[in-house]
Design a binder for this molecule. Structure first.
Ligand code: GLC
Length: 720
């Protein structure tokens, strides 16, 4: 792992080289570096038309291509999407397929930074094998709204958990000599009419939530690039938001890398003056705004002196220094790609991302009994559900099925039910060799109930396709699945529900079933992992990275502004909850969710004891975790701030995933990131801790207080 000092040294050396090379470049060469073209012209009549700037010998096209400057040793910049693996949006007919890793919300459930880093390393190895030197990864927007179609591409609702995990995906990718982004800067927390969405938030609360996520993640990973979001923030497009880009990111935080726009998110060349360094996917700008501002308009502005030479040089130097900082220009032979190893990493991510929400003891299913087991719905006979949009990965050997769903806007044609092999049914048959498995498609409640009635046990799947460009209209499962689950549970009380969704869902049938498992979009190894958890081969250890509300009434915005308005309608969403996102909102309102942030059951039990807490300029807590059950398992004890100098305020201060044998104990010490104990003082432009008594708790979730203590902190004004 690069130490911070080493990273800073690399960065300053890279900055020096960036300046040196930029000084040798012609204006035309500089102009060519500040744009990227899509491998395929989106929405064009002749889809698959390649941009003339991509040389004929370049076949591994994907999200972005920027011509290099060979005479100066600057390679072409080739980017692909990467959240869950290397994507192939149809531009590479000869691509054999990539590892389809679990969704980020599943990795968020693992609370395992090391695992996320391993996934990043593997993704980067598969990127290098294709010549991609930039990965559009590091999705770390907060899951503010359980309807947001892209929450599966983000880690959690909490700034600290999201920052720690996003940083590790970036570290994993960049350790392989590939630049990574963090995205989408910022407040890209809904998909409804995202290109015309204005996200409104109190600036100080913004600093304590979404911006703090980026700030901590940048400090922990030095991403070469930041991708700005489609939306506006407080009236200014994120891609041209002078305050967020120049005052905060590059000013207060001193970020040395470059800001790329999202694809088709640059309506105006003046974004270059407000902090944007590269216009991405310029054909998307033609589609949405009827122009490509960083090609013609920007050149004219430069000629008129409206774009200062120093600013054009700065844009180019930032791009170059980020390529040099990770060694994109020093690539030797590509690292070996071991797809077996990558499949194992995907499997481990799926295993650790599965959350056991409810279990009355029906799980694990005994594997040595001749049970009649009904497996119902969710296309469980065919495969595992994935999220849709730019992050969708085409697995090796292809999908087990693709069912078109469609919808409005530019992402409608990408909205499909993608199914990865192997199917849960196949994997359950292997895991339950003595059982007689009976598949029912869950096509109607009546038909499914007949299958359930004649079985000893029922495993019913509930799925929901979610993805980029769409927010769900409510929290229900689509296609009448709730009625099927209800009918099945009425027909047979021994019912287990397995969910494959990208967000929390409502559960009207919850009191009628014996167990509930949330598998999210677990990637290509999800079928295996689900079977292993249901049969006890793997002890579930996932913990919820998002709160499961009883209903939307419990959330800050029961009605989502703009939902259902035609594509292109301007929308304004007031994020009035400010920094009180998710569990913090529930702490504020006192409502009780269906399942709290951090919740997750195990097949063993854990106890916490001997809490010692010290204060001063931050909080340090030590305590002991013991596996009090009869089988090995992993737990994720969490440390929360519950009250700050007399003010009720809940913040996740720390967590650690521990694997323990039966009877084994481990003493843990967690030290809080001080900014989580502070408020942001916008007037001072700094973080302020107020003298007083700070209450903390160690728990299994945001609403559990297994151990409590208090300490005092002293006045402090720090950071930026
Ligand atoms: C998309 C996404 C972004 C992705 C980019 C390139 O629309 O918003 O996450 O990296 O375009 O595909």
């Amino acid at each position: 792992m690069t130490t911070k000092l080493a990273a800073e040294r690399e960065s300053s050396e890279a900055d020096r080289r960036g300046r040196e090379v930029e000084e040798q470049m012609t204006d035309e060469e500089k102009f060519s570096l500040i744009i990227s073209v899509l491998g395929e012209v989106p929405g064009s009549a002749a889809a698959g038309t390649r941009d003339p700037r991509i040389p004929d010998d370049v076949t591994n096209m994907s999200a972005g291509y920027t011509p290099g400057v060979p005479r100066l040793g600057i390679p072409a910049i080739q980017s692909s999407d990467a959240s869950m693996g290397i994507t192939n949006p149809g531009y590479r007919p000869d691509d054999p397929g990539a590892t389809a890793f679990p969704s980020l919300i599943a990795l968020g459930s693992s609370f395992n930074p090391h695992l996320v880093r391993q996934g990043g390393e593997a993704i980067a190895r598969e990127a290098r094998a294709r010549g991609f030197n930039v990965q559009l990864a590091g999705g770390c927007n907060l899951a503010r709204d359980p309807r947001n179609g892209r929450n599966f591409e983000y880690f959690s609702e909490d700034p600290y958990l999201s920052a720690v995990l996003a940083a590790e995906q970036v570290n994993g990718i960049q350790s392989q000599g590939v630049v990574s982004t963090l995205k989408h800067y910022t407040l890209n927390c809904n998909e409804t009419n995202r290109h015309w969405l204005d996200a409104i938030i109190d600036p100080d609360a913004h600093r304590e939530s979404d911006l703090l996520t980026f700030q901590i993640a940048i400090e922990r990973s030095q991403p070469g690039a930041i991708m700005s979001g489609y939306n506006k923030v407080n009236g200014e497009y994120a891609g041209g938001n002078h305050h967020l880009l120049n005052d905060v990111l590059k000013g207060a935080w001193g970020y040395p890398g470059y800001v790329m726009s999202d694809w088709g998110a640059t309506p105006d060349w003046r974004f270059a003056l407000h902090g944007l360094d590269q216009e991405s996917g310029i054909q998307g700008d033609t589609l949405l705004w009827g122009k490509q501002p960083f090609t013609d308009e920007l050149r004219d502005a430069y000629a008129r002196g409206e774009l200062p030479q120093e600013r054009l040089s700065d844009m180019v130097r930032r791009i170059l220094r980020s390529l040099f900082a990770v060694g994109v220009d020093q690539w030797g032979t590509a690292p070996e790609v071991d797809m077996e190893l990558h499949d194992q990493i995907a499997l481990e991510g799926a295993r650790q991302g599965i959350v056991l929400l409810e279990n009355d003891g029906v799980l694990p299913i005994p594997t040595d009994e001749p049970l009649k087991v009904a497996v119902i719905g969710g296309y469980a006979q065919q495969g595992i559900v994935s999220g849709t949009g730019s992050g969708a990965v085409a697995p090796v050997g292809g999908f087990a099925g693709v069912i078109k769903i469609g919808g409005a806007g530019v992402m409608g044609r990408h909205r499909n039910l993608f199914l990865f092999p192997p199917s849960p049914l196949e994997e359950l048959a292997k895991a339950l060799p003595q059982a007689q498995l009976d598949f029912d498609p869950g096509y109607t409640p009546a038909e499914a109930a007949l299958t359930a009635k004649r079985s000893d046990l029922v495993i019913v799947f509930g799925i929901r396709v979610e993805g980029e460009g769409f927010d769900s209209a409510d929290l229900s499962l689509p296609w009448g699945q709730d009625a099927v689950i209800e009918a099945v549970a009425d027909a047979n009380p021994n019912t287990i529900v397995v969910l494959e969704t990208g967000n929390p869902v409502s559960m009207p049938w919850r009191d009628k079933v014996r167990a509930i498992v949330e598998a999210w979009y677990p990637g290509q190894a999800g079928g295996r992992a689900i079977a292993e958890v249901l049969t006890g081969a793997v002890n579930p250890s996932g913990r919820l990275p998002v709160t499961f509300p009883e209903s939307l009434e419990q959330t800050p915005r029961p009605e989502l502004p703009g939902l259902g308005t035609p594509w292109g309608t301007p929308v304004t969403i007031e994020y009035g909850e400010g920094a009180e996102v998710g569990y913090r909102w529930f702490a504020r309102t006192g409502a009780t969710p269906t399942y709290a942030f951090g919740h997750g059951l195990s097949y063993t039990t854990f106890a916490y004891g001997d809490l010692e807490v010290t204060g001063g300029d931050t909080v340090t807590a030590s305590f002991t975790v013991t596996n009090t059950g009869d089988r090995a398992g992993a737990d994720v004890p969490q440390l929360y701030l519950t009250e700050a100098a007399g003010e009720q305020r809940q913040r996740l201060l720390g967590f650690e995933r521990v694997q323990l044998q039966p009877g084994e104990s481990r003493r843990l010490t967690l030290t809080a990131e001080p900014r989580l104990l502070a408020r942001f003082d916008g007037t001072a432009g700094q973080w302020r801790i107020t003298t007083g008594t700070y209450q903390v708790a160690v728990g299994r979730s945001a609403d559990s207080r297994e151990l409590v203590a208090e300490t005092t902190l002293t006045d402090a004004l720090f950071g930026s």
